[in-house]
Design a protein around this ligand. Sequence first.
Ligand code: SAH
Length: 370
Amino acid sequence: MAEGSETRDEAVGTPHPEATVGGGDARPDLRDLTLPELRAILGSLGEAPFRADQIWGFVYKRGHRTFAAMHTLSKELRARLEGELRFSDLPVLEVVRAGDGTEKFLFGLADGRAVESVLIPDGRRLTLCVSSQVGCAYACRFCLTGYRGFGRNLRPGEIVGQVMAAAAHAGADARITNLVFMGQGEPLANLDHVIAAIDILTQSSGLAISPRRITVSTVGLVPQMEELLRRTKVELAVSLHATTEASRSELVPSNRRYGLHALLAACAALPLAKRSRITFEYTMLDGVNDSDADRRRLAKLLRGTRCKVNLIPFNAFPEAPYRSSPLERIEAFAEGLRADGYAVMVRRTRGADVSAACGMLGRTEPKITH
Ligand code: SAH
């Protein structure tokens, strides 16, 4: 993607082209449908609504990947379903395992593109980091995905498919406990598909993942943040990364549209669920945003907002003109914020040896083309 500021500004809040998947196939994809949508389609076919719930169970509880496998449905119904609906699959092209047990998945999309997810075991937790878009249009200066430019939005089924495939790979004894929308893309620039995917993932008769265990991370798109919290009960993470307008505009170009102060005012006013807090993400860049003055400004900016702070050591790559703050600096920054009363976590870098860490996705070239 061109590096001009015009291009970056245009990216903010502009509707992105939709995926043209399915090769001109007009049938809706079963994988993209929420349960109420599936019920409506079956209703329009003259089928009893409970059929939708039955099919839902086959797909999301038992992991069936074809209509043919749904043996308890009559042959006629299976044939009819095949006539009315596509049933896409998300093939795993590659799984690479890092020394720390983190696994990175490369998925092949129907149009020949590819997208990644990262599965991160951590004690009792098993967190899947999913992508919401192919690439990203937001061009954050310290994010490799941002340097690679934007491909397209993912369909709901392509988001849910990442979870289904990772869960199948993890096996029957493992259970994905947490989901973070921190893979490729800006989830709130693909809001409707992300919300449909959340709806499917949290459906109690299917995967039944609690929305409290789903975190959506955003570069800070204010109206979409508000809409997300109106329409779902998920947790929100906001990428802050700087404590002045000038510095944030440099690091996170979308700051020119939704500035730091406006963003924080919007965060303070969000209708958070009881016990819920916003996570502010802050990638620690040596000599850029890690001074004591930054720490004091950050503490002041966040005062009054129900939040926690997640400090992320910078994962370096050749294109980015930054280094990570030394670990001692990160710890001192964290301690200073804690002394001011904030809950602070330092995110451990995971999967770096296979380019699976934060901001490292998109290096792998797609393996298939059409
Ligand atoms: N588009 C979303 C998700 C981004 S990935 C967002 O902007 O929030 C999740 C977090 O990792 C974000 O806070 C992002 O800014 C941060 N990140 C990106 N590249 C990074 C890198 N190279 N090192 C450390 N953190 C990075």
